[in-house]
Design a protein. Structure first.
Length: 116
């Protein structure tokens, strides 16, 4: 369930990004406002909602619902941790006796040069 919801969430994330990038901005006709008489419509009331506008709203609602659902499911999910598993085990004890490691051989005394 969690994995399926996460996949839907990722798909809705990409869909929402694409829909927003396809839309034109509110100030897209700002250049024509400086020379034409259309300056009243730039900041005026907005016309009928476009198809992309409605699609953005639906995608945003689905994105929010999947976000909320994933947050709820992840808080209820029991997570296993290696730290918790290791804490329950008895610690491994080592002997206090020093180990018999090989000591490095002492350096040889410098020898005298050979006689001729």
């Amino acid at each position: 369930m969690y994995l399926a919801l996460a996949i839907v969430h990722l798909i809705m994330c990409f869909v929402l990004i694409l829909i927003v990038l396809l839309q034109t901005g509110k100030g897209a006709q700002m250049g024509s406002a400086f020379g034409g008489g259309a300056s009243q419509t730039i900041f005026g009331t907005r016309g009928a909602t476009t198809f992309l506008g409605k699609l953005t709203t639906v995608a945003a609602i689905i994105f929010m619902l999947t976000s909320l659902s994933l947050a709820i499911l992840s808080s209820r999910r029991s997570a296993s941790s290696i730290v918790k598993e290791e804490a329950g085990r008895a610690p491994v004890t080592q002997s206090a006796a020093p180990s018999a490691e090989k000591q490095p051989a002492p350096l040889a005394a410098p020898s005298s040069p050979p006689r001729r």
